[in-house]
Design a protein around this ligand. Structure first.
Ligand code: DGJ
Length: 541
């Protein structure tokens, strides 16, 4: 009889989970791979994140969240990125307090925002400041990384299984809570696991056990992954491995040469983070990602940036080691926005930018993210004070302007991603820009003001609805639709309208003709729909 008891209990658990799932008409958010691109599905439909991230300490009490909600609402954002702190939800081992998480959920729902929660736990910016006090105090159980001169660092060792398991247990408990309180609403659409992982101040852990592992063999599992993906590896990893003659086995230094400290650290951290993500997903499988402190081109050695985080050197190591993460997401504080998008947009990784520096002209990169790289989301960091004295600040103005025109377009953009029908317009030092629309038509873009490195720039997007039917959105530029066959001339207009979208349906607000018959996007962003009349049928691209 006894052996039937677990079966019976299992049946009850299954029945109750099934009943709960049936009560929730909204499917769980998920990431879907369609052809060469990805879609984030929220309530079963493609969703693009027009986000904003709160400052690090803003979710430690409900009052400090008010400016966050106010700012995001004023900016027309649809998603808040807000931290959840391990140290505050598990102040004593095994004792959990979710009242702050519940405040975050309630605030987001009141303000009609979705949430990306940021799990500040074993790692925060390459260190461990958000671990609970009981973790910080017990250095024997929760081992620290040791630097090259034998100094103890404020970083948990990625090889410390006790730390990993404690983090994973807390994370799973958080996800269990979220499943219980949010399954019906699906306010939380994605989770960031840890924050900017890596070892700040050292290229690897120099503790004796860590050194023994470093001078031991590279796991066969990693070697098999690298062999299978050899042609597609990131250049620095491939070059390091090539220099060692593409060895199929050996110690970390034998296989990866000078890159070995960063590569081995990446493997250990990614395995650790993967265990945490896996524990959470077993309970409530939301999409999960790890964010990246990028390599600043001025820095020469891993450790000057957190060594082993998912940087461009070791992206493939993370892909091999962390299958439970849906994506790796760059925090872009460098001027090399476009280059970073190229690195992080891969067949195995959709672009999501969880943090950009909140400086005025960075707002233009929202157009680049969605229109140039099929990105799933964009979010400036530290938006708490975007509104002061009831007004959007000068710093936030361009974000407000950009999000105001992007928010009605999101369904259309999500539907068009992956089809090459989106063309980002971003002013650079090079002057104008042209976009080839089909064999016989080019959109010639001119910017209304000269380029300025710090000032606001022409920015926007052309969306191909159908041949000869375009949406042009943005600010600070004009577009001429030039025919490439016959005598040089601009295509005739069938109609030009200003308007907006409801879902994917165009809603005209103003017909433009006579003096206004120009595709002109002034300093304040607008949405235009251009329909052209051409004598001959347009041909395919
Ligand atoms: C990147 C981190 O991910 C954020 O939490 C915050 O510390 C910012 N840097 C500050 O610039």
């Amino acid at each position: 009889m006894r052996r039937y008891v677990p079966v019976f209990l299992g049946f009850i658990l299954f029945a109750s989970l099934t009943a709960q799932a049936q009560q929730s008409p909204r499917p769980i958010p998920s990431l879907e791979h369609v052809g060469s691109h990805f879609r984030l599905l929220v309530d079963g439909k493609p969703f693009l994140i027009l986000g904003g991230q709160a400052h690090n300490s803003s979710a430690t009490n409900p009052q400090d969240l008010e400016p966050v909600w106010r700012s995001l609402t004023a900016l027309h954002a649809n998603t808040a990125e807000v931290p959840v702190y391990w140290e505050l939800i598990e102040p004593q081992p095994g004792q959990f307090d979710f009242h702050l998480v519940d405040e975050v959920l309630a605030g987001a729902r009141r303000n009609h925002l979705r949430l990306v929660l940021l799990w500040f736990a074993s790692w925060k910016n390459g260190e461990m400041h958000y671990t609970p006090e009981w973790v910080k105090r017990d250095k024997t159980k929760f081992r620290r990384v040791v630097g090259a001169r034998g100094e103890e660092l404020e970083i948990l060792s990625p090889l410390c299984e006790a730390a990993r398991d404690a983090d994973a247990r807390a994370f799973a408990t958080l996800l269990e809570h979220l499943r219980r309180v949010d399954e019906a609403d699906r306010t939380v659409i994605m989770i960031q696991v840890e924050n900017e992982t890596g070892l700040l101040g050292t290229d690897r852990d120099y503790a004796p056990e860590a050194t023994r592992r470093f001078t031991g063999p590279v796991p066969a599992e990693l070697m098999a992954y690298l062999s299978a993906h050899r042609d597609a590896l990131v250049p620095s990893l491939k070059a390091a491995w090539a220099a060692a003659g593409f060895r199929s086995a050996g110690t970390w230094p034998e296989v990866f040469g000078e890159l070995a400290p960063e590569v081995s650290t990446a493997w250990h951290i990614a395995r650790y983070v993967d265990k945490v993500a896996e524990a959470g997903k077993q309970v409530y499988p939301l999409p999960m990602y790890a964010n990246v402190w990028l390599i600043n081109p001025g820095k020469a050695r891993a450790g000057q940036w957190p060594s082993g985080g998912p940087t461009e050197h070791v992206l493939d190591i993370w892909k091999a080691a962390a299958p439970h993460l849906d994506l790796l997401a760059p925090d872009i504080y460098l001027p090399t926005y476009r280059e970073t998008c190229i690195t992080y947009t891969r067949l195995d990784n959709p672009l999501f930018v969880p943090e950009v520096q909140f400086i005025p002209h960075n707002a233009e990169n929202a157009f680049l993210t969605f229109g140039g790289y099929d990105g799933l989301g964009f979010s400036p960091f530290g938006i708490d004070n975007a509104v002061e004295d009831g007004k959007v600040t000068a710093t936030a103005a361009e974000y407000e302007d950009t999000y105001r025109v992007l928010s009605p377009l999101l369904d259309l953009l999500a539907a068009k991603q992956g089809s090459n029908k989106l063309h980002a317009i971003i002013q650079s030092e090079d002057g104008g820009q042209s976009v080839r629309l089909d064999k016989r038509l080019v959109a010639v873009v001119d910017f209304t003001k000269p380029y300025s490195p710090e000032g606001s720039r022409g920015r926007g997007m052309i969306v191909e609805l159908a041949p000869d039917d375009y949406v042009v959105v943005g600010a600070g530029f004009t577009v001429a639709f030039r025919e490439l066959t016959g005598p040089p001339r601009d295509a005739q207009f069938l109609s030009l309208e200003e308007g907006t979208f409801e879902g994917e349906r165009w809603v005209p607000t103003r017909r433009l003709n006579g003096d206004e018959l120009h595709v002109l996007l002034p300093e304040k962003a607008r949405i235009l729909r251009v329909r052209l009349l051409r004598e001959s049928e347009p041909s395919a691209h």
